[in-house]
Design a protein around this ligand. Structure first.
Ligand SMILES: [Zn+2]
Ligand SMILES: [Zn+2]
Length: 85
């Protein structure tokens, strides 16, 4: 992973949170995961599209954080359960 530099101080940014889920889990299209970086100098927060801990679900092909279960599959399983009764 290339080092990220603060655009104002040119100090290396520190990773605060990797693969942070932004947006609602009910709005799949708007759901995005970001890596949150903080500059140790000016404490500016920078957000980058998550490049770590992301996995592609082998079942539905959606990309999600490795830290959490696939939300699309969880929803599909819930729908299946509801319709198979
Ligand atoms: Zn800075
Ligand atoms: Zn899935």
């Amino acid at each position: 992973m290339a080092e990220k530099l603060c655009p104002s101080c040119h100090k290396p940014l520190k990773l605060r949170e990797a693969g942070y889920p932004m947006g609602s889990s009910f709005l799949k299209a708007d759901r995005v995961h970001v890596d949150i970086y903080e500059c140790p100098e000016c404490h500016g927060i920078r957000l980058y599209a998550a490049e770590s801990d992301m996995v592609t679900c082998p079942k539905c092909g959606s990309v999600h954080s490795a830290k959490e279960a696939c939300a699309v599959c969880a929803l599909n399983a819930a729908i299946d359960e509801a319709t198979n009764k």
